[in-house]
Design a protein around this ligand. Structure first.
Ligand code: NAP
Ligand code: FER
Length: 336
């Protein structure tokens, strides 16, 4: 049982250089916040940890506002309204919002949405029915655009975004190849209906591994990873290939942009189109995307997994594990 008069809250102790470690985080005990006018008090059930948060640890990130040193960390939270305070929510109602890494957050009504997961677990509002699911939905359908007969490669394919991308690309009729960092993940990808999968950690030659799983070349690449793996995929792009740049997690801990042989010449030869995107670009259509995803999960067309770490005290550990590939599917922290 947690004490209901105090709220544990994680703050940023210092900005990291290179790979962050647990010393970057500090767990403080504060009074439970008093909601102001128009604010509800929310008790955290699940907290999301996501790769983009590495950008928030850095000063001056472009699309993710930096966290301030000494201030509470923020992130996706599913929680229970304990004091509605005139916001229109009911006590006990489950809401989702960008709240704090804490037991309790006071938040204005416009920053909270009712959890709309139907009969599915509330945690899915942070995963397959949340930001990562929507990233997969729009990134696949609007940016990558796989078509019947295409070969599509998905990197970090056993993660929250990648696992959904691969299944949506299969639904669109593409032949789907995933890359992931363990045998357990490769096996799961085959259960999800991926046509082939590569364990990039044990492949000593990415080029040969790709030639093996994509002998007719790559028509679509959904990139979550960047770095050497992406360099290798570029060499296999077909004429008129599409590359959706979703994430570059292999580079998030690098203080300097790594340089090396550049692969852009391949884009001239193939007339490939490379397009970055942010899930937030599609915000006006989030509700429709969530409704589609929920229907597909409910009727069995879309599978998902979650890696649940127990306890707010372990949130930094769960976050740092993303960079070691410790999660299968969506990584969440169960707080209460
Ligand atoms: P995730 O895939 O569930 O977790 C991250 C995974 O990345 C790990 O499990 C690990 O799996 C892999 N990884 C970590 N370090 C790596 C490295 N050095 N080289 C290769 N693989 C590495 O995370 P997610 O939330 O679904 O996010 C996936 C990507 O999408 C991230 O790059 C994220 O920034 C991006 N994203 C973008 C948007 C957008 O709007 N553009 C929105 C959400 C997420 P392995 O075991 O396979 O290594
Ligand atoms: C958002 C736009 C992008 C967002 C997350 C991202 C939480 C993630 C980007 C990345 O992981 O690279 O509005 O909301």
């Amino acid at each position: 049982m947690t004490d209901d008069t105090v709220s544990r809250v994680w703050t940023l102790a210092r900005r990291p250089t290179g790979t962050p470690d647990p010393d970057c985080f500090e767990l403080e005990t504060r009074a439970v916040p008093t909601p102001g006018a128009g604010e509800a008090l929310v008790r955290t059930r699940y907290l999301s940890v996501d790769p983009y948060m590495r950008g928030r640890m850095r000063a001056g990130e472009s699309y993710a506002e930096p966290w301030d040193v000494g201030a509470p960390l923020r992130g996706g939270v599913v929680g229970e309204v304990v004091e509605p305070n005139g916001t229109g929510f009911a006590a006990g109602e489950l809401v989702v919002g960008n709240l704090t890494w804490a037991d309790y957050t006071a938040a204005p009504a416009h920053e909270l949405n009712r959890v709309a997961v139907g009969d599915l677990p509330a945690s899915t509002a942070l995963g397959v029915l949340g930001m990562p699911g929507r990233t997969a939905y729009f990134g696949t359908r609007e940016v990558a655009d796989p078509r019947p007969g295409d070969t599509m490669v998905v990197s970090a394919a056993a993660g929250a975004v990648g696992s959904v991308v691969g299944q949506l690309a299969s639904m669109a009729g593409a032949r789907v190849v995933g890359t992931a960092g363990s045998e357990e993940k490769v096996e799961w990808l085959s259960e999800l209906g991926f046509d082939a999968a590569v364990n990039y950690r044990t492949a000593d030659d990415y080029d040969a591994a790709l030639a093996d799983v994509a002998p007719d070349g790559v028509d679509v690449y959904f990139d979550n990873v960047g770095g050497a793996l992406t360099d290798a995929v570029f060499e296999h792009l077909n004429t008129d290939a599409r590359v959706a740049v979703c994430g570059q997690i292999a580079l998030y801990n690098a203080d300097d942009r790594p340089t090396g042989p550049r692969k852009l010449r391949k884009l001239i030869e193939t007339r490939a189109r490379v397009e970055g995107f942010l899930v937030s670009d599609f915000a006006p259509r989030f509700e429709a995307a969530t409704a589609d995803l929920r229907r597909w999960v409910t009727n069995g067309d879309l599978s998902y997994r979650e890696t649940v770490t127990d306890g707010l005290d372990r949130a930094p550990e769960a976050f740092l594990g993303l960079f070691e590939g410790e999660n299968v599917g969506k990584q969440v922290v169960r707080v209460s």
